[in-house]
Design a protein around this ligand. Structure first.
Ligand code: AMP
Length: 354
């Protein structure tokens, strides 16, 4: 079977959020049809995709039918059961392959993988019982951050431990689930880099960007990062090493802490990333186009920076400020079509070209 997926073919996207929406828009520009699989009705991606199947990730009949109607499958978020992607991969190419998600959707497996790749993370230890919690506290010390191994994102599934005495309470708050305890890192900044890797193993990196979080949710991305002069090379080396070892086809986003001793990797995401939204207007090729190119067997395009940019997430009712940005000539508005605004929910973003 040829690795190349020709325009006119159908790209299956598991997940119906804003990342799926922007992937579907990029795919359409390149001549592809898209088919979304999501449990959610009226999802952001379904508004712009060719077809949508609304089904549960455990619904094997609906998944089989979906797989038979698409030419390649990709995914736009991480909390998809491994069995779902494995089942799809038995019928149609899944890119990146399900093993990549198996590693990156679990904090302990992810950190063990990063460490085994010779790349630094915050010191961490596994917690699965009162004994291992005590041992982890002895090894890591406080302050520390306790994080659930699974289903954690945007600060959900994590709790700060300032003294050994509040460790039990923190673990209780996380439902006594399997966790990692991480040393609290007094970073000078947070950063990320997005690497694209094609079918032949060739890679291209977008520049390192700086990410500013509010209440653990990304608020602003500054692209390129003011630290890029000093750390871009290290970030590229980290990103390429991890993408190669994972054998990713598509994108790998690497979130990092900037410290006086260099970069520490915090998290990986094998998909388009919020910190890459600025590339739609800021770069010659967006992260979404680059992902579609990779999974369809195209050669990657040059991701040169056209405009240094700032990306602002519109969280909750902040999206109502669209009228302000509508009169700002260098501001590009992206709204995700979500009918219900909740505090902290990502409703859209603005890219301001500098
Ligand atoms: P995460 O869910 O791992 O992406 O964490 C969400 C945010 O919590 C990060 O972007 C940081 O702002 C903060 N954070 C997570 N882990 C640590 C750590 N070990 N030290 C300091 N801050 C952290």
């Amino acid at each position: 079977m040829s690795q190349m997926i020709a325009p006119g073919s159908v790209i299956g996207i598991v997940g119906g959020g804003q990342l799926g929406r922007m992937l579907a828009l990029a795919a359409a520009a390149m001549g592809y049809k898209t088919h979304i699989f999501t449990p959610e009705r009226d999802s952001p991606a379904s508004h712009v995709a060719t077809l949508t199947t609304i089904g549960a990730y455990q619904d094997t009949n609906a998944l089989r039918d979906f797989a038979q109607r698409v030419d390649v499958v990709t995914f736009e978020f991480e909390n998809i059961p491994a069995s779902t992607l494995n089942m799809l991969a038995g019928i149609v190419p899944v890119r990146p392959k399900p093993d990549v998600l198996f590693i990156t959707c679990h904090r302990l497996r992810e950190k063990d993988f990063i460490t085994a790749s010779g790349i630094a993370t915050a010191p961490y230890a596994h917690v699965s019982s009162p004994e291992t919690l005590r041992a982890a506290l002895e090894k890591i010390g406080t302050p520390a951050v306790l994080k659930t191994c699974e289903l954690g994102y945007d600060g959900k599934g994590q709790a700060m431990i300032n003294t050994p005495e509040n460790a039990e309470e923190a673990w209780q708050k996380l439902g006594y689930s399997e966790c990692v305890l991480e040393k609290f890192i007094p970073f000078s900044a947070e950063a990320s880099i997005i690497v694209a890797r094609d079918i032949s193993g060739e890679m291209q990196c977008f520049p390192m960007v700086q990410n500013i979080h509010t209440n653990h949710v990304l608020h602003k991305t500054i692209a390129p990062s003011p630290d890029a002069g000093q750390y871009q090379e290290q970030a590229v080396r980290i990103g390429k090493t991890l993408a190669e070892k994972l054998d990713v086809i598509g994108l790998l986003a690497v979130e990092m802490f900037v410290t006086p001793d260099g970069l520490l990797v915090n998290e990986l995401a094998p998909r388009p990333h919020n910190s890459g939204h600025w590339t739609i207007e800021g770069c010659a090729t967006s992260q979404f186009e680059q992902h579609i190119r990779a999974i369809c067997g195209w050669k990657l395009a040059t991701p040169s920076v056209l405009h240094p940019s700032e990306m602002l997430n519109l969280l909750g009712d902040e999206w109502l400020s669209w009228q302000h940005y509508a009169t700002t000539p260098n501001a590009h508005i992206h709204l995700y079509g979500k009918s219900e605004s909740r505090p902290g929910r990502k409703m859209g973003h603005i890219t301001i070209l500098k």
